[in-house]
Design a protein around this ligand. Structure first.
Ligand code: AMP
Ligand code: MG
Length: 401
C-alpha cells in the first residue's frame, strides 16, 4: 500500500476523511421547502413570542383582587376575540370581559378565569373561584426579539420550521443538498425486472445506498452498474466526478482478481486509506478521483450499508457541521451470544424489544454480509468494541437503524 494508511480504526478512518471535507454552498428557500434541511446560519427571532399579552383560556378577563371573596359577581363590559380588530375594552374594578384563547388582554385586566368555572347570567358573570394570573401568556415569555433560538447546523425538523415562522421568517438559509453519485460495479449484476442467467444476481446496492443518501439529506445520482473493466470504470468515474460532489462505488475493493475500483484508484486516483477495522465491512477505501472525494464501499449489501452508517454519514455530517440525521446509540442487553473480534468493531444485526428491565437485543438470524434480509428485519447494529465480550447477558451499545 505504499505507506498509505491500511486497516485502520474507525476513528482514524473518520479523521482521514474529515481532513478532506466536502465543499458546501448555501441557498435561500421558502419556509415550506425547508423541512429536513440543515440551517446554514444562526437565527435570531424577529419578534417577541408571544408578541403581546394574551389569554391562554376561553373565559373571563378581570383584575385580580386579593381581598375579594368568591363566588364573586362582575359586570360583563365586552367581548375580546382573538383578533386585533375588536374595540379595546378597559376593565375596571367590578368588571369582566369575555375573552377567547389567544386574544389580547384588555387594558386593566391581569387574570383569567376559564369559562368552565364561570356562570353567566345576562350581563353578569359569577366567578366560582379566583381568576388566575398564570392563564395570561406574557409578551416575550417564550422568546425575546433578538434571541438566537436556532443555530447553524441544526436539522430543520417540522417543529423547528414552525418556530421559524413564529419568529417571522418566510425564507431560510440552508445548505444546498449535495449530489452523491452511486456507481455499482460487477459483471454479475442485473437490474431488477430482467431475467437472471446462471451466475447473475440482482443489483441492490445502488437502491439501498440511494435511500441512505436521501436519509442523510442529500441527492442520490444513480449510474448504471459498471462491468468489471478498467476502461468502463474510468469512464463512469470521470462522468461522476464531473457531475457530483461525492462518489460512492460499491464492489471491487477487496483482494479479488477483478477488484478494479481498488486497482484504478491505486494506479490513477489518490487513495487516502484502504481497509478499516469493522466487521462486516472491512474493505472500504477513501480517496480522490479527479479531486472528487470517493468512498469505495464493499460489494456485499450488508457491508455497504454498515459502512455508509459508520463512515459516509459521519463524513456528510462533518462537512455540513451538523448532527443530522441524529444517530441514536442505546444500551441493550444481549439475549443471544454475538461473536466479537479482538481487532474490529463488530456490527451484528439485532432486533430490539423494550422491557421493564430495559432494551433487549436478539440476534435471530444468520449474519452473512450478503444477507440483506437480516438487515431489513433488524432494528439495530451492535457496537461491540475490539475485544469486548458479546456473551449473553452483557449490556452493550447498539446503533439504532
Ligand atoms: P465484490 O466486493 O465486488 O467482490 O462483491 C462482493 C459481493 O457483493 C459479491 O457477492 C457481489 O456479487 C456482491 N455485490 C457486489 N455489488 C453488488 C450490488 N450492487 N448489489 C448486490 N450485490 C452486490
Ligand atoms: Mg465485484
Amino acid at each position: 500500500m505504499d505507506g498509505r494508511p491500511y486497516f485502520i480504526s474507525v476513528e482514524e478512518a473518520r479523521a482521514i476523511c474529515n481532513a478532506t471535507p466536502l465543499q458546501t454552498t448555501v441557498e435561500h428557500l421558502p419556509l415550506e421547502a425547508c423541512t429536513g434541511r440543515v440551517l446554514a446560519e444562526d437565527l435570531a427571532s424577529k419578534v417577541d413570542d408571544p408578541p403581546f399579552d394574551n389569554s391562554a383560556m376561553d373565559g373571563f378577563a378581570c383584575t385580580f383582587d386579593s381581598e375579594a371573596t368568591y363566588p364573586l359577581t362582575l359586570n360583563i363590559v365586552g367581548l375580546q376575540a382573538a383578533t386585533g380588530e375588536n374595540e379595546a375594552h378597559t376593565v375596571a374594578a367590578g368588571e369582566a370581559v369575555r375573552i377567547m384563547t389567544g386574544a389580547p388582554m384588555p387594558p386593566g385586566a391581569d387574570a383569567i378565569l376559564p369559562i368552565e368555572r364561570c356562570e353567566v347570567d345576562g350581563q353578569q358573570v359569577r366567578l366560582l373561584e379566583p381568576p388566575k394570573p398564570h392563564f395570561v401568556r406574557k409578551m416575550g415569555e417564550n422568546l425575546r426579539s433578538g434571541t438566537i433560538a436556532l443555530s447553524k447546523g441544526q436539522h430543520l425538523t417540522p417543529s423547528r420550521v414552525g418556530l421559524c415562522a413564529t419568529m417571522g421568517y418566510d425564507t431560510l438559509p440552508v445548505y444546498t443538498r449535495l449530489n452523491v453519485g452511486i456507481v455499482s460495479t460487477g459483471d454479475e449484476l442485473k437490474s431488477p425486472g430482467q431475467p437472471l442467467k446462471h451466475g447473475e444476481i440482482y443489483e441492490s446496492n445502488s437502491f439501498g445506498l440511494a435511500g441512505l443518501v436521501e436519509w442523510a439529506g442529500h441527492r442520490p445520482v444513480r449510474f448504471s452498474s459498471v462491468a468489471d473493466s478498467m476502461d468502463a470504470l474510468r469512464q463512469t468515474l470521470d462522468e461522476a466526478a464531473n457531475t457530483c460532489d461525492l462518489i460512492l462505488t460499491s464492489g471491487g475493493v477487496s483482494m479479488g482478481e477483478f477488484d478494479y475500483v481498488r486497482r484504478l484508484m491505486e494506479e490513477e486516483g489518490d487513495i487516502h486509506f484502504w481497509r478499516m477495522k469493522i466487521r462486516p465491512g472491512s474493505p472500504p477505501l477513501f480517496g480522490l478521483w479527479n479531486d472528487t472525494p470517493l468512498f469505495g464501499l464493499p460489494g456485499n449489501p450488508v457491508s455497504s450499508h454498515v459502512v455508509f452508517r459508520m463512515l459516509v454519514a459521519p463524513y456528510l455530517r462533518h462537512s455540513l457541521s451538523t448532527d443530522a440525521p441524529k444517530e441514536w446509540k442505546i444500551r441493550a442487553k444481549l439475549c443471544d451470544a454475538v461473536k466479537s473480534t479482538n481487532d474490529c468493531v463488530t456490527l451484528r444485526r439485532v432486533t430490539l424489544v423494550s422491557t421493564d428491565e430495559g432494551m433487549m437485543a436478539y440476534q435471530p438470524r444468520h449474519q452473512g454480509s450478503g444477507n440483506l434480509e437480516s438487515l431489513a428485519s433488524a432494528d439495530g447494529l451492535t457496537l461491540l468494541q475490539p475485544g469486548q465480550s458479546g456473551e449473553v447477558g452483557s449490556w452493550i451499545d447498539v446503533l439504532v437503524l
